[in-house]
Every structure is written in structure tokens, then in C-alpha cells.
Design a protein around this ligand. Structure first.
Ligand code: PLP
Length: 424
């Protein structure tokens, strides 16, 4: 069998691990070690020459193990396996999604540069861009959902610093309303502003759909970022992040990671190796469940509107974008309940099987109220524009039996006593 014939899910149990290097153990052990013993001083010298870029790597040479802030087998095997899903050249894993995101932004942006970003963004990313990057002199331009390419180009031109456009940063579909952004269109904007000396990079946070249902690198993105806390980890038991891209960009990301020291721990990497073995079956089940649940919610008299990619109308621009870049509608569902905060809270407080918690992508279903929880820090006017209102509830669908989930939703909605007639 040739390697490239195999699908990623077939390789998640074995790829990149050599049992003969670990006493024949079928599973990769946890390399819970800070440092590695060199056979000779000469060997240590050659490893460091490579680690510090003092000489070129010879064709078959791999970086020898030095110190767990620089490299460690659990991290390397995890990175190699993550590359398979996105067909990426290289990957770097981090201690959190936020450390992956902030490291990329810090590495590729310098004071005076322009950053264009899509709204809404994950709250932590939004905070880092608005409160930290602006403080170090990065000029930021936020794009609202639905703005056309021409409008975006006008905003870039109006900034008066179009020649300093260093990065476009997207999140699609965006949290919490599943707003979709056309990655390919933005890759053309990035191309338009790239020069011989400096490429304008396109980075995409793919946490909501990845690494199974959307592959931004294949749509023209240069970097793809993940909170591995979500689908990749998938069991609500760890915090981690990842960045993937071509070798040239990833050397820079990994070098900054070495000096910030925000790499993942061997134990967390090992947990993620275990998670990856079931990634495909988990995510398949989650999206299957979500589609059944959306059907139920969409026909419920106490629900005004459901936001889900599977409900996009054929013939619309967003539908075309969805068809082009996603292979499934995902497992994140939001909806407006009739009423306001009181009714939304009544619903949330009455859920039994579905847990009231933030985060997403896990085996258990989770529900939350974006306006007062995950998006509490976003300006009210912006929240209004993005439909993040008192009525909005967000659910992450897990792997439970869909009938049980529907029963839970049904009984919780029953307990919401509202004058249903007025609004619908
Ligand atoms: C959770 C999340 C993050 C942040 O990841 P952490 O692992 O919590 O640091 C970033 N982006 C998105 C879309 C997320 O959902």
C-alpha cells in the first residue's frame, strides 16, 4: 500500500511513531522528560547547529532531540498527524488556542503594519487585537459580516497604509452565529496587496469546522489556526492549540514558540494523540446529530430563528461559499428563542442532559448564552449588528443519542412560559 492512498483517519493510530524506538510499545509512550541525552558531544554540537540555523539541513537529516521546549517526540508525532488532515507541510502545537493565535500575530506583524480582520471573532482574539496589537502600533481594520470585497478594498485604501497590509485574519464560520466568509475571495485581496519583498498573509481560525469539514489551506490561506481544546481534543479535558502552514512560515512560528516557551506539554500532546484516533467518528456523529436537532428546533413554536449552515438557502451567495469550502454543516447550532434574556435563561436552567457551559466541539453537548457569556466583552452596537441579542442561545452538539438530546431540548422549552403568539 502506498502511503498517499490512505485517508487521515486510517493513519491516526500509527503515523510517525516507530515502536522499535520504544521497546515495541504499540502506543506512543509519554515522553515526560525535560532534556535528552546526547550520544557524544559531537552529536550535541550537530543538533544545535541545526536548531539555531547555523548550517543547512542535509537532505534526510531530522532535528535531533535536544530539550522539550525545542522538541519532544509526543509533540512531533502530534504535529505530523495534524498535518495529514489539512495537507500542510508543517505544524506547531501550543499550550492553548490563544497562544497559537497570539504567537502568529506577534511573529508576522510589526508596529506600523495593517491587520484586516473579520467580525465577529472569538472573544479572546478580539481582545488581543483591539487591546494589545493597537497598543504596540498595529493599525487594525475590522470587516463586518456581509461587507463586499469592494468595500473591504476601500477600507484598506482609506487606511492610507495599504502598502503596510501584512495580514488578513479570518474566522469562518464565525462564532456564535455561523456567519460565513469566502476564504478564496480574501486570498485574492491578500495577493493584490502582496509585493516582491513582502507577502500579505491570510490566516484562518478553523476551530469551528476543522480539521474535518473545512480546509482553508486548500482555499488559498497561508496559515490555519486551531483551538485544539475544541473538536481536536474533543473531550473537554484539555487546553491546546495548533498552527499549520508551509515550511518557510512554520520555521518562524516555531522559532518564536521556542523563545516564548508556549509549547504544549508532552502529556497534553499524548492526550491529543489519543483524541485524534476518534476525530473522524466523533465529528461525523456530531454533525449527523446536529442536523436532526436543527430539524426539531426549526419547527418549534418557541423558536424564532435557527442559525445553521445546513439551513442556508440555495442560490444565495453564502450558500455558494458554504458549498465551495465546507464538506458538512458542522455541529454548532444557534437560535433565537422567543422572548429575551429571561426566557433564554429559563431554557438553559432547565436543560438536564445538555450541560450549561462555554466551549464547544466536545463529546458532550453544551449550551450557553453568548451575549452574557462568551461575547460579554463585545461592544453592544457591534453585538446588535451581529445578531448577538438577549434571545440568542448557542449549542454545541455532542455524540449522545439524538433522540435523548431532542427530549432534553423539548422538556426545557416546555418549561419556558412565554406569550408565544406575539412575535412569531
Ligand atoms: C476556544 C477558541 C479559541 C481559543 O482557544 P483556547 O484553546 O481556549 O485558548 C480561539 N478561537 C476559537 C474560534 C475558539 O472557539
Amino acid at each position: 500500500m502506498k502511503k498517499h492512498d490512505l485517508n487521515p483517519e486510517s493513519l491516526m493510530m500509527t503515523y510517525g511513531y516507530k515502536p522499535e524506538l520504544s521497546e515495541g510499545a504499540i502506543k506512543c509512550p509519554i515522553f515526560q522528560t525535560s532534556t535528552f541525552v546526547f550520544k557524544t558531544a559531537e552529536e550535541g554540537k550537530t543538533f544545535f547547529e541545526l536548531a539555531y540555523g547555523l548550517r543547512e539541513k542535509s537532505p534526510k537529516e531530522e532535528l535531533g532531540l535536544i530539550y522539550s521546549r525545542i522538541n519532544n517526540p509526543n509533540l512531533e508525532i502530534l504535529e505530523n498527524r495534524l498535518c495529514l488532515w489539512d495537507k500542510a507541510e508543517d505544524c506547531a502545537v501550543f499550550e492553548s488556542g490563544m497562544s497559537a493565535i497570539s504567537t502568529v500575530l506577534l511573529e508576522f506583524l510589526t508596529p506600523g503594519d495593517v491587520l484586516v480582520y473579520s467580525n465577529p471573532l472569538y472573544g479572546g482574539t478580539d481582545h488581543f487585537i483591539k487591546h494589545f496589537l493597537t497598543k504596540i502600533g498595529v493599525h487594525t481594520v475590522g470587516v463586518m459580516p456581509g461587507q463586499s470585497v469592494d468595500e473591504v478594498i476601500k477600507m484598506i485604501e482609506d487606511s492610507g497604509k495599504a502598502d503596510r497590509l501584512a495580514m488578513i485574519y479570518l474566522e469562518t464560520p464565525a462564532n456564535p452565529t455561523n456567519t460565513i466568509v469566502d476564504i478564496e475571495k480574501y486570498s485574492l485581496i491578500a495577493k493584490k496587496y502582496s509585493t516582491e519583498q513582502r507577502k500579505t498573509l491570510l490566516a484562518v481560525d478553523n476551530t469551528y469546522m476543522g480539521p474535518l469539514w473545512q480546509h482553508p489551506l486548500q482555499c488559498g490561506a497561508d496559515l490555519v489556526l486551531y483551538s485544539a481544546t475544541k473538536y481536536i481534543g474533543g473531550h473537554s479535558d484539555l487546553i491546546a492549540g495548533a498552527v499549520l502552514g508551509n515550511a518557510e512560515l512554520m520555521v518562524r512560528v516555531k522559532t518564536l514558540r521556542t523563545f516564548l516557551g508556549n509549547m504544549i506539554s508532552p502529556h497534553t500532546a499524548w492526550l491529543l494523540l489519543r483524541s485524534l484516533e476518534t476525530l473522524k467518528v466523533r465529528m461525523d456523529q456530531q454533525t449527523q446529530n446536529a442536523q436532526v436537532i436543527v430539524d426539531f428546533l426549526n419547527n418549534h413554536p418557541k423558536i424564532k430563528k435557527v442559525y445553521y449552515l445546513g439551513l442556508l438557502k440555495e442560490g444565495t451567495e453564502t450558500y455558494e461559499t458554504y458549498k465551495k469550502q465546507c464538506s458538512a454543516p458542522g455541529a454548532m447550532v444557534s437560535f433565537d428563542i422567543i422572548g429575551g434574556e429571561k426566557e433564554a435563561f429559563m431554557f438553559l436552567n432547565n436543560l438536564q442532559l445538555i450541560k450549561l457551559a462555554v466551549s464547544l466541539g466536545s463529546t458532550e453537548s453544551l449550551a450557553e448564552h453568548p451575549k452574557t457569556m462568551t461575547h460579554a466583552g463585545v461592544e453592544e452596537q457591534q453585538r446588535q449588528q451581529m445578531n448577538i441579542t438577549d434571545q440568542l442561545v448557542r449549542i454545541s452538539i455532542g455524540v449522545e443519542h439524538s433522540k435523548d438530546l431532542i427530549l432534553d431540548l423539548e422538556q426545557a422549552l416546555e418549561k419556558v412560559n412565554i406569550a408565544v403568539t406575539m412575535e412569531r
